[in-house]
Design a protein around this ligand. Structure first.
Ligand SMILES: [Zn+2]
Length: 322
């Protein structure tokens, strides 16, 4: 009566007890889903105590559940960085952004992430990061405002809203354009329950490499709050480009106390020198490097951290007959 098998799922009695805090967290999430997947039920013990007049049956359900709540953050796998104006293949490292698509798809298909996050570089046409908009912002340049500046140069703007250091990129990822769309072959989870889309760089006056903050940490996106709502503890970061938006997202995740994994083979970058420097920086910060084919084993190496007890009492006259 408390344990129902239906459609390969196990519905566990709401009278179950949580034995520790992590179980309580997991239980809360599970209640949101209303069921435990059959594959998460690892063991089932039935203990029967009987007397002449009644028997007491304890059903113990051991749930194979992770100590961690895992999120995959897929950074900017958009046309602009694969075939558009900022296609990585034309950058100094000549890496092909399209190569991450099948790797990330395999992760989505084979690993049971609790949450999947897609980030979108999502700029208005007058965005500060565009070299083409330099002419409208020269009055805010620090230093000689008439000096010759080239695409991909680093400049410092004193305003209009924030002082910020900015690389001048070609126009890219304008909101709503095909250039800004996710790559057509990327699997986009249709589940509204555990899929998050983050649109960053939407303020014309400040760029945002990270999925958590703008580049000067004036404005936070909603990502941290949403991951907290899910009690996410571990994030796996993959996507484009390694030395900019991926590393910025991973570093901020680590600073926000998520256990952070950099999925090395699922990322492509701009420049070999900056890729190497940023990787070193990530290692020094305690971000864990992992290959995509190791992620499933890591997440599946679950521990038993939750046991539900269900108590059933039935009275019997059977013994009297005997
Ligand atoms: Zn951008």
């Amino acid at each position: 009566m408390h344990l129902l098998l239906k459609d390969k799922r196990v519905l566990v009695s709401e009278f179950g007890l949580c034995l520790n805090r992590k179980s309580a967290i997991r239980r809360e999430l599970s209640l949101r889903k209303y069921s435990y997947k059959w594959k998460n039920v690892d063991s089932l013990f039935i203990i029967v105590f009987s007397t002449r007049t009644c028997c007491i049956i304890f059903v113990i359900v051991g749930l194979k559940s992770s100590d961690y709540i895992n999120a995959l953050i897929i950074v900017d796998v958009q046309n602009c960085f694969i075939t558009g104006n900022l296609a990585l293949v034309t950058s100094p490292a000549h890496e092909d952004g399209a190569e991450v698509v099948p790797i990330i798809n395999k992760l989505i298909q084979t690993v049971s992430f609790d949450v999947i996050v897609y980030t979108h570089d999502w700029h208005p046409p007058d965005h500060i990061s565009f070299f083409e908009n330099l002419q409208y912002r020269r009055q805010y340049l620090e230093g000689d405002q008439n000096k010759t500046i080239h695409m991909f140069d680093n400049v410092t703007y004193s305003g209009p809203k924030f002082k910020t250091v900015q690389v001048l990129w070609p126009t890219h990822c304008i909101q709503g354009t095909d250039d800004a769309a996710l790559h057509k072959d990327l699997i986009v989870s249709s589940s509204k329950n555990n899929t998050i889309h983050i649109y960053k760089g939407i303020d014309p006056d400040i760029d945002s490499y990270s999925a958590f903050w703008d580049n000067e940490k004036h404005q936070k996106t909603e990502l941290d709050a949403m991951l907290n709502e899910w009690r996410v503890t571990r994030v796996f970061v993959a996507g484009l480009a390694t030395d900019y938006c991926v590393v910025a997202t991973a570093v901020d995740a680590k600073d926000l106390n998520y256990t952070t994994y950099f999925v090395e083979d699922a990322c492509r970058g701009v420049d070999n020198a900056t890729i190497a420097a940023k990787k070193e920086d990530m290692k020094n910060r305690g971000i864990v490097f992992i290959q995509s084919n190791q992620v499933k084993a890591l997440i599946d190496s679950a521990s038993y951290n939750q046991i539900h007890f269900t108590l059933m009492i039935s009275f019997s006259i059977f013994s009297f007959i005997l």
